[in-house]
Design a protein around this ligand. Structure first.
Ligand code: ATP
Ligand code: MG
Length: 444
């Protein structure tokens, strides 16, 4: 059916299925992997396994297992070095908000399909017979390119409101339509998303941004009413006008959407969130002078982005990466005017690759002029042969030898010398010594 079959992961998954089947249990591929196989998507997703075996039985059958979610009926089985989620057929009952596990009841494959969120996610596949097992009409909805809740949409969303965001995530990623009743239920119930934990919401938003068609995801979030609740800062970009000579694409919201559409496949989370949040400082800083201006929107935006990501309990690494990208995104306008030393420092920062990509996308989503990027690429090619951060020509010991005493002046001299070195005003030890003596006098 697909190249997935040729992978080591597939073979390892099949050997788990075989062992469970030999022990007399029903065992099937479930959920996303089946959907992706039928759609012939090459995305490298997980292969989840569903089985009639209970967690205790799964643990007994395999030598390397991790009981991460045994209380939810899920065991990780590591096979040939690949971890797989092996879940016992179950039906959830009750509401789950991410804080309190819903009660689970062990059941058969059919009921396990019925507890899943959307028909396209409710399929099973038996790799031994190559048969797709479809209790929910998932195959036909894949053909119809439709995201449809399994069962009565509003009931299913009331059980777990996160599913509203998930519907949008799958619709955007596959460019599917959300079936009308399912869509109306989302619009009606959107306000209830506040009952879901920020961590679960963040995980879905992050996957959405790093997948295909994140611009469509933003549009659907907006039209469903969810955006105004989970990311009011982004909803607030609508109607914020920009100077048309630089932004023929429209207001800040349209610009952000266009920028998201320009992300390459599988961007890093840092890049994806930077693109989403890069202009959130604009509404607050907008003023009309000779033209519409947004002075300091990079710094205000950085603060706001930090607050947004903290609200979602995002990792410090993501927060630091995104805030650096946003704080620096306007500096790219100055690169041609930078002194050599400043430019080298600018290019040697750890986030520069992501920042360059953000700037490229920012330009292409507006005026289309990428000459600063071309300039930087050319410069970094040139600098690569040299070292961007060369070892300093002189150190503290040299200053002592020149007769200076360790103290505050020491640091200043070393930093001035290093800047001169980066500026290529001095290139040798001798020139450095002469420069010290000229500026600070000889101490010998
Ligand atoms: P992806 O490739 O994005 O991981 P996926 O379909 O594997 O897609 P997961 O979030 O990994 O999505 O979930 C695995 C499966 O578990 C889904 O296909 C679906 O059947 C079921 N599922 C996950 N979350 C929910 C939920 N909140 N409500 C009901 N079923 C869910
Ligand atoms: Mg998955």
């Amino acid at each position: 059916m697909t190249p997935l079959k040729k992978t080591r992961k597939y073979r390892a998954a099949v050997s788990i299925i075989s062992r469970l089947a030999e022990a007399g249990y029903e065992a099937l591929f479930a959920g996303g992997a089946v959907r992706d196989m039928i759609m012939e998507r090459t995305d490298d997703g997980d292969i989840d396994i569903a089985t009639s075996a209970r967690p205790e039985a799964v643990s007994r059958l395999f030598s390397h297992t991790i009981p991460v979610g045994a209380q939810f009926g899920v065991i990780i089985v590591v096979m040939d070095g690949v971890p797989f989620e092996v879940a016992s057929f179950r039906s959830d009952s009750g509401i789950h908000d991410g804080r309190h596990p819903a009660d689970i009841v062990y059941t058969n494959a059919r009921n396990d399909a019925l507890r899943r969120d959307f028909t396209i996610n409710g399929l099973f596949f038996n790799p031994q017979t190559e048969e797709v097992i479809d209790y929910v009409g998932g195959k036909s909805d894949i053909n119809l390119k439709t995201v449809r809740a399994i069962g009565e949409p509003s009931l299913r969303f009331r059980e777990d409101y996160l599913r509203m965001i998930r519907a949008i995530r799958f619709a955007a990623r596959f460019d599917f339509t959300i079936e009308t009743t399912t869509w109306n239920a989302i619009r009606l119930l959107a306000d209830n998303i506040t009952t879901i934990s920020v961590e679960r919401i963040f995980t879905e938003l992050d996957k959405m941004l790093c997948s295909t068609h994140p611009d469509r995801a933003l549009d659907l979030l907006d039209r469903s009413g969810l955006l105004a609740i989970v990311l009011p800062e982004i909803a607030g970009l609508k109607g914020v006008h920009q100077p048309p000579q630089f932004h023929p694409e429209g207001d800040v919201f349209e610009h952000t959407k266009k920028a998201l559409s320009l992300l390459d496949m599988h961007p890093s989370s840092t890049l994806a969130w930077s693109v989403l949040l890069h202009d959130i400082g604009k509404p607050q800083t907008m003023r009309v002078a000779d033209r519409i201006r947004f002075d300091n929107h990079d710094q205000v935006g950085m603060q706001k982005a930090r607050a947004v990501l903290k609200r979602f309990h995002a990792s410090n690494a993501l927060i630091e990466g995104v805030t650096a990208c946003i704080a620096n995104h306007m500096n790219f306008m100055q690169v041609k005017k930078m002194r050599l030393g400043t430019l080298k420092k600018f290019l040697s920062r750890p986030t520069i690759e992501t920042e360059m990509e953000l700037h490229r996308i920012d330009c292409l989503a507006s005026h289309g002029n990428c000459e600063n990027i071309d300039f930087l690429k050319e410069k970094s090619r040139r600098f690569q042969s040299e070292t961007l951060k060369p070892p300093p020509l002189l150190g503290g010991k040299d200053l002592v030898e020149l007769g200076f005493r360790p103290g505050p002046l020491f640091g200043e001299i070393l930093s001035v010398l290093y800047d001169m070195q980066l500026e290529e005003e001095i290139a040798t030890r001798e020139e450095a010594i002469m420069a010290v003596q000229k500026r600070y006098g000889s101490r010998k």
